[in-house]
Design a binder for this molecule. Structure first.
Ligand code: UD1
Ligand code: CA
Length: 482
């Protein structure tokens, strides 16, 4: 490991990415829970380099702010004008004091599928072969837009990289392409970058020219062919972004399935790289799992659910639910059609039913909120039942207040709990109550208007109406029977 530990990794992230047609810089576009450059930095981090430098330029305030958030250890180097990949690397090296002893790995910020494993293999080959430069290449079905790897006809040695725009007809037929990932000898790289010219179709300093320069100076130039060409795909437009997202998602789901997760429909299941699973989880179609979401053993999620930063306990069931920053206890059930908002904590075997919204609330073991309710800013004890269509009235128009409901309570349907208020253990509340005062343990609270029946009102006030006739028929029948 230490033998291949690079002195530096330079990540190129200064380009605008015009082909994205976006106000967002290309390297900040997202797939599977990370930005393009975030994925590249994660792979680069696996090399454990002594220095990690990102070259920023276009929209550099945005990119730098993002880097500070996702990778605080990364240094940034500024490339004021995007004069090409060679120029960008020169700026990266300048931030490190000019030249570096040891291996310098260069990666592009727009190749998010690259793995740490592939980078390690490249660095190992580079060191083992004693190369001045080793380029990561791949055979691709469609090489359009990529730099082509030109090899010597007899020895097969790499002689140059020719950009698509500068390539001849016969060179364009080459399917082995430059991934944009290189390992260099740090001193030789700095020397060669000083010799790169701009006499090409784009008038830029091409990093790829370093290869030919080093070779002509008699240094060893090597290539390492990636096993899977999809890994080195560069993202230049949104079609490629969607393809890469699909590829990465498949990779993540395959890993989960091989670890014992049932994914009923991989085509409609989307996960972030940060999502984790235990064995015997089942994920139903149309489910999106984001952020730090974790599904414990035997949990079942979906269909049609979106869970972000949510922990689902063992054997829990979550159906047609949107959840954000919530904890679902073991064997709890949620949905269909529930919305768990931040700070929801459901105990073991708790139940959140249909058309129920919860927020900043702890709901104890075995407690049920089965139908059509809003529970906000509340603590509910164990084995309590909250009646249908209840609202925890937490907001007085200025601030939020807390409601506490004890254990083993039975609250009636259509209750309003006007916070701050406390319902004691074992208490009952009557249907239709507006609870504004604390309810002592074990009592029944009734807080609603008394019912008053005004007999004969319809016959007097709505004579001849269908209602009056219906009522009259009942009294006639009662008369004959009696
Ligand atoms: C580059 C390579 C090409 C390779 C391809 C792989 C060169 C000249 N070409 O082409 O051989 O097949 O990547 O995907 O190296 N960047 C800067 N500053 C610049 C220019 C670019 O930081 O002045 C960064 C971009 O942000 C991007 C990366 O370098 O992350 C590659 O730039 P891009 O313009 O996408 O190069 P390609 O044309 O794809
Ligand atoms: Ca590119």
């Amino acid at each position: 490991m230490s033998a291949i530990r690079p002195a530096a990794v330079v990540v190129l992230a200064a380009g605008e990415g015009t082909r994205m047609k976006s106000a967002t810089p290309k390297v900040l576009h997202e797939l599977c829970g990370r930005s393009l450059v975030g994925h590249v930095l994660a792979a680069a981090g696996e090399l454990d380099p002594e220095n990690l430098v990102a070259v920023v330029g276009h929209a550099r305030e945005k990119v730098t702010a993002h880097l500070a958030e996702v990778a605080p250890d990364v240094r940034t180097a500024v490339q004021e004008q995007q004069n090409g990949t060679g120029h960008a690397v020169r700026m990266g090296l300048e931030a490190l004091g000019g030249a570096v002893d040891g291996t310098v790995v260069v990666v592009c910020g727009d190749t998010p599928l690259l793995t740490g494993e592939t980078l390690r293999a490249l660095a190992a080959t580079h060191t083992a072969d004693g190369n001045a430069v080793t380029v990561l290449t791949a055979e691709v079905p469609d090489a359009t837009g990529y730099g082509r790897i030109v090899r010597d006809g007899s020895s097969g040695a790499v002689t140059a990289i020719v950009e698509h725009k500068d390539a001849s007809e016969s060179q364009r037929a080459i399917r082995e392409i430059n991934s944009g990932v290189f390992a260099f000898d740090g001193q030789l790289l700095a020397d060669a970058l000083g010799k790169v010219r701009t006499d090409n179709s784009q008038g830029e300093e091409y990093l790829t020219d370093v290869l030919g320069i080093l070779r002509e100076a008699g240094h060893r130039v090597g290539a390492s062919v990636a096993g899977d060409h999809r890994e080195i795909a560069g993202i230049n437009n949104r079609v490629q972004l969607a393809e890469a997202r699909r590829t990465l998602n498949d990779r993540l789901l395959t890993r989960a399935m091989l670890a014992g997760v049932t994914v009923v429909d991989p085509a409609t299941t989307w996960v972030d790289v940060t999502v984790t699973f235990e064995q015997d989880v089942v994920v139903h179609p149309g489910t999106q799992l984001h952020g730090s979401t974790h599904l414990a053993e035997g949990a079942e999620v979906g269909p049609n659910s979106r869970l972000t930063d949510t922990r689902v306990g063992a054997g829990a069931r979550v159906d047609n639910t949107v959840s954000l920053d919530a904890v679902v206890g073991p064997e709890a059930t949620v949905g269909p059609y529930a919305y768990l908002r931040p700070g929801t904590r459901l105990g073991t075997k708790a139940k959140i039913g249909t058309y129920v919204e919860t927020k900043n609330s702890s709901i104890g073991e075995g407690t049920k909120v089965p139908h059509l309710s809003y529970v906000g800013d509340a603590t509910i004890g164990e084995y309590t039942n909250i009646g249908a269509a209840s609202v925890f009235v937490n907001y007085d128009g200025e601030s939020k207040h807390h409601t506490t409901v004890g254990s083993h309570c039975k609250t009636g349907s259509d209750n309003m709990f006007v916070a701050p208020v406390t319902v004691g253990d074992g208490a009952y509340t009557a249907a239709g109550s507006v609870i504004t005062k604390d309810v002592p343990p074990g009592s029944l609270a009734v807080a609603r208007g008394q019912q008053r029946n005004i007999e004969g009102w319809v016959a007097r006030k709505r004579p001849g109406s269908a209602a009056a006739k219906a009522a009259e028929a009942v009294s006639r029948e009662a008369g004959t029977e009696g």
